[in-house]
Write a protein that binds this ligand. Structure first.
Ligand code: FES
Length: 133
């Protein structure tokens, strides 16, 4: 296995999955774009904005993703206050929500699974806990 890249799986709202190879150091937003995964379409179904509205500058929350395994969530750097503020505006916020532009690939994240927020409606019964606003 190439140690410069990790494997990340995106789970779409219809339950289909796409596993991609992400270079260490790249954000999940960039990685999704490079692989034609439309993070924003899922989020845009629910609110304002244009795709990739802020391009990773913590000003839009359209890059919202949900880390499906808390063990991976716990390996991420803690969100900044700015990220938490933006997440508070995101539809379908969960306890393991992050902004994809702030999640940077590193070796420990190999195998991580990320759900697009609209998908969580389908997974609600599997233990996703909506976080109260
Ligand atoms: Fe706008 Fe991540 S792309 S907050």
């Amino acid at each position: 296995q190439d140690k410069e890249k990790i494997s990340v799986t995106f789970v779409n709202k219809d339950g289909t999955e796409q596993t991609i190879s992400v270079p260490v150091g790249m954000s999940m937003l960039e990685a999704a774009h490079e692989n034609d995964i439309e993070l924003e379409v899922s989020n845009l179904a629910w609110y304002f904005g244009t795709a990739g509205a802020c391009e990773g500058s913590l000003a839009c929350s359209t890059c919202h993703v949900i880390v499906m395994d808390v063990n991976y969530y716990n390996k991420l750097e803690d969100p900044t206050d700015e990220e938490n503020d933006m997440l508070d505006l995101a539809f379908g916020l969960t306890e393991t929500s992050r902004l994809g532009c702030q999640v940077i690939a590193k070796p420990e994240l190999d195998g991580m699974r990320l759900a697009l927020p609209a998908a969580t409606r389908n997974f609600a019964v599997d233990g996703f806990v909506p976080k109260p606003h």
